[in-house]
Write a protein that binds this ligand. Structure first.
Ligand code: ADP
Ligand code: MG
Length: 359
């Protein structure tokens, strides 16, 4: 397949399955997504939201119920997986246990009838790229989980695919290795100028690795944007909650001017940012991240008093549960607090997001 393509396009891709009652349910509905060459796109969402379905539709492992997939001007959703030639990396590595590392990596090349000398050179290059040169003759069982996942990556990239698809490739690794492998996968992506579609349910992973994130829920894309966009300006409460806006509380609208909104609840007035709130809306849900609170300085607007109820020590900062007039809140602050301490909290208006939805 052409690896100098410009764009891989999912054009309204959907996949439905019949249910026991005879109805059908959409595992994936109407996904529109353009992936540029060299781009790293993460599909992010909770378990069961359709991430693997989307990836398998791209790979050709699952038939589409609707839509088309294009690589530039070539329609590819009608091609079998081997003719698409995408590299795949799965959560469980899927290595052949009885084959050496180099034979595992070279498997795709042998299947394609690549001449032996050429194949040997490319296997050595792929192993060098994932930093496993010294392990070529070992069996997968003699390697750590992280090393096995590197073998799986080498096996996927050795065929020089135009696009590499990864389905939760790090979820079987321990926390420290996961963080190291994030950087490693980004490095390989950059070195080979790959297009990568990366499935994960881990926000931090998506935020730290991807150029763009597709936030999914119940089979549909909720928001497609850069990490900064989906983190800073979630398009709805579902995305906001998923991005760590743990405090979602009802407020009454007292003024609304484009994206500037003033809200109030139990005598507390806050300036906030209206997230596409229609004129005339009277009730909103306000979403605030624990990390966006700070101790109020004298004269701060957007401030109110609260009482510490519980505290979870976290090193440099602590997660507090506080009681306040607007309700119970999760707040992350530096310093040491005791239950019963009074604090005055401040949150900036651009971190106080109002949605025309029910809290
Ligand atoms: P994710 O990868 O985000 O966890 P999946 O794409 O695996 O989610 O699944 C999305 C939805 O489609 C789930 O509700 C799942 O139960 C359903 N689903 C996936 N594969 C099948 C199948 N072969 N038959 C019936 N339902 C399926
Ligand atoms: Mg999955």
């Amino acid at each position: 397949m052409n690896s100098s393509f410009k764009q891989l396009r999912l054009d309204g891709v959907g996949r439905a399955y019949p249910t026991a009652s005879g109805a059908t349910v959409a595992a994936l509905a109407d996904l529109h997504l353009d992936i540029q060459r060299g781009e790293f796109v993460a599909l992010l969402g909770p378990s069961g939201c359709g991430k693997s379905t989307a990836l398998n539709c791209l790979a050709g492992l699952t038939d589409l119920s609707s839509g088309r997939i294009w690589l530039d001007d070539t329609r590819i959703d009608t091609l079998p997986p081997e003719r698409r030639g995408f590299g795949m990396v799965f959560q469980n590595y899927a290595l052949f246990p009885h084959m050496s590392v180099q034979d595992n990596v070279g498997f795709g090349l042998r299947m394609r009838g690549t001449p032996k000398a050429d194949a040997a050179r490319r296997v050595a290059e792929a192993l060098a790229l994932v930093q496993l040169e010294g392990h070529a003759k070992k069996l997968p069982g003699q390697l750590s989980g992280g090393q096995q996942q590197r073998v799986a990556i080498a096996r996927a990239i050795v065929i020089e695919p135009p696009v590499i698809l990864m389905d939760e490739p790090l979820s079987n690794l321990d926390a420290k290795l996961r963080i190291e492998m994030r950087a490693e996968i980004r490095r390989i992506h950059g070195a080979l100028q790959l297009s990568t579609v990366y499935v994960t349910h881990d926000q931090d992973e998506a935020l730290s690795m991807a150029d763009r994130i597709v936030v999914m829920r119940a089979g549909s894309a909720q928001q497609i944007g850069t990490p900064r966009e989906v983190y800073g300006s979630p398009c709805n409460l579902h995305v906001a909650r998923f991005m760590g806006y743990r405090n979602v509380l009802p407020f009454a609208v007292t003024a609304l001017d484009h994206d500037r909104i003033t809200v109030q609840s139990q005598g507390v007035a806050l300036q906030g940012t209206a997230m596409a709130v229609p004129a005339g809306t009277r009730e909103v849900a306000v979403a605030m991240r624990p990390d966006d609170f700070e101790l109020a300085a004298a004269g701060n607007d957007n401030a109110f008093d609260a009482t510490v109820k519980a505290m979870e020590f976290g090193g440099r900062t602590s997660l507090l549960i506080v009681d306040s007039p607007i309700g119970e809140l999760f707040v992350r602050l530096g310093g040491v607090f005791q239950p019963g301490d009074r604090v005055r909290l401040h949150i900036p208006p651009d971190r106080t997001l109002a949605y025309a939805e029910e809290a």
